[in-house]
Design a protein around this ligand. Structure first.
Ligand SMILES: [Zn+2]
Length: 132
């Protein structure tokens, strides 16, 4: 038979964990830029319409060069491992995929598809471009 005191303690802990998680989820939702629409405009151009009305556009090669995956950026140090000269000028998007609420994964014509871009990063990359 299960000790009722232990049961109560356990369910109390579970409740605490659950409320903490929803607290953090709320904080993330508030700070996170959210997309309204994300789409390939052409094989060379990806566009995101944000919920706050901002619009970001990304060239295939620019995003490929900004790929944050572990084979392009050294984990921990952030040192770039990707040599830009190895990325063709005419590289294009082969597709994109939503990664839950987290962000987007892109597939490029060089076969690369391990990079997952979270929304804040995409927003930042978009702002860097439009500010240039
Ligand atoms: Zn990568």
């Amino acid at each position: 038979m299960i000790d009722p005191v232990r049961m109560r303690t356990l369910s109390g802990i579970l409740r605490q964990v659950a409320s903490r998680q929803s607290f953090f989820a709320g904080v993330v939702r508030m700070q996170q830029p959210l997309p309204k629409k994300a789409q390939l405009v052409t094989p060379f151009l990806f566009r995101i319409d944000w919920k706050d009305g901002a619009v970001s556009e990304y060239k295939a090669r620019d995003l490929r060069l900004a790929c944050p995956c572990a084979s392009c950026i050294e984990e921990g140090t952030g040192r770039p491992l990707l040599d830009p000269s190895t990325v063709k000028e005419d590289i294009l998007f082969m597709g994109s995929e939503l990664v839950g609420r987290y962000g987007l994964a892109f597939i490029w014509s060089d076969g690369h598809k391990t990079g997952i871009f979270d929304w804040p990063r995409l927003r930042q990359l978009g702002e860097l471009r439009s500010g240039a």
